[in-house]
Design a protein around this ligand. Structure first.
Ligand code: FE2
Length: 374
């Protein structure tokens, strides 16, 4: 069977310029030449969907994901997640394959050596300042949190994340409300994963904004998921509302200055060399300007970033994947941002496997070149 690439299904209004469905590769036993095709396909399309992979083993998912960064090894958030972290409830590790996490919603009696799983799909009510009222929760939803898969402290963001849909509840749709300064809505499949392109965002910036993004760096908070654990998000998931609720440094677990992450705002694609604006607004602590000045007024920084990033989540620019059982999705975590979406009913069981590993290198900035090993 020949390798075949086709565009992902889109609505008529969609202007999404990324994503492809790939067929014809034997994922369980991928030759080196096939991997080269897959890697090129991923960095040219940012999201690659491979259908009918329900029987893929956790080991094979790990091997495949790791091939994009052979020197990586540790799960993206490290060995264990602090109980205070906002991520703590969302992740269950597969005993024999610690880089692979089980995520989803509902009760699962037995899966891959785990029993009596009570999976909790992150619900925006735990994180948003103004959640959808409970009476409307079945029909309406929010983007939960636009993010880059990453610890954003000590460990570098994975190059690639893989997600496998093992079990998906029957088709249902929800209306996603932005509930921001607009009354924008988006019709989405239940539990979609939504993506926007950092490359498209960069293209949409003015020349002045591009200069700012190309030449500035973002410093992230130490232990950001603990730091933000009391803070609340905007209703469109694109960053925190500034109310001074972040934990102070002496309320955080001990941290080391050398492990704090400062990254360029523009990350370069290793194959196309295009720049993506990639800033994780929720975890941002400071901005370092080209002239050496450091901006540390959180409210101001957040407003500035929001002004740049908001345009990227316009409905026509968002790809909301309609998950089917067996879908294996690989995405470029250094070029796209994504969000969990939706709220499941108790009897709607969903089971996914997620795999990513802290990268062996930081993201490529505008002036960086790819290390030879990749
Ligand atoms: Fe994620």
């Amino acid at each position: 069977m020949a390798v075949d690439l086709s565009p992902l299904p889109k609505t008529t209004e969609s202007q999404v310029d990324f994503g492809a469905e790939l067929s014809g590769l034997n994922i369980e036993d991928l030759s080196d030449s096939d991997f080269i095709i897959l890697r090129k396909c991923l960095y040219e399309n940012q999201v690659v969907v491979i259908k009918d992979q329900k029987n893929l083993t956790p080991r094979a998912q790990y091997e495949l994901t790791r091939r994009f960064d052979p020197s990586a090894g540790l799960y993206s958030h490290g060995k264990s997640i602090d109980k205070r972290s906002v991520l703590h409830a969302d992740l269950t590790t597969i005993p024999n394959q610690p880089q692979v996490q089980v995520i989803g919603s509902g009760q699962v009696a037995e899966y891959e050596g785990l029993s009596n799983l009570n999976l909790k799909h992150p619900h925006h009510k735990a994180f948003h300042k103004k959640p959808i009222p409970p009476a409307e929760d079945a029909d309406f939803t929010h983007f939960y949190r636009w993010h880059i898969d990453s610890a954003m402290y000590n460990l570098d963001p994975p190059l690639v994340t893989s997600l496998l849909a093992v079990q998906v509840p029957s088709d249902r749709r929800q209306t996603l409300r932005y509930d921001d300064e607009t009354d924008t809505t988006l019709d989405v499949p239940l539990g979609t994963t939504a993506f926007f392109s950092g490359y498209r965002l960069y293209e949409l910036l003015t020349e002045e904004e591009k200069h700012f993004v190309r030449t500035s760096k973002v410093e992230y908070a130490p232990h950001p998921y603990i730091w933000m654990s009391k803070a609340k998000s905007r209703s469109n998931g694109l960053g925190i509302i500034s109310e001074g609720l972040e934990l102070s440094e002496n309320e955080l677990p001990p941290f080391e200055e050398s492990k704090i992450k400062t990254y360029p705002m523009a990350w370069k694609n290793p194959i196309t060399n295009k720049l993506a604006m990639m800033v994780y607004p929720t975890c941002v602590r400071k901005i370092h300007l080209e002239n050496g000045d450091v901006l540390d007024d959180l409210a101001e920084i957040r407003e500035r970033l929001y002004g740049l990033q908001r345009r990227a989540i316009e409905p026509q620019l968002v790809y909301a994947h309609d998950w089917k059982e067996g879908d294996l999705v690989l995405f470029n975590n250094h070029g796209l941002m994504h969000s969990i979406v939706g709220s499941f009913k108790e009897d709607e069981v969903r089971l996914f496997r997620q795999c990513n590993m802290a990268a062996s290198r930081p993201p490529l900035g505008p002036g960086d070149n790819l290390p030879e090993a990749e």
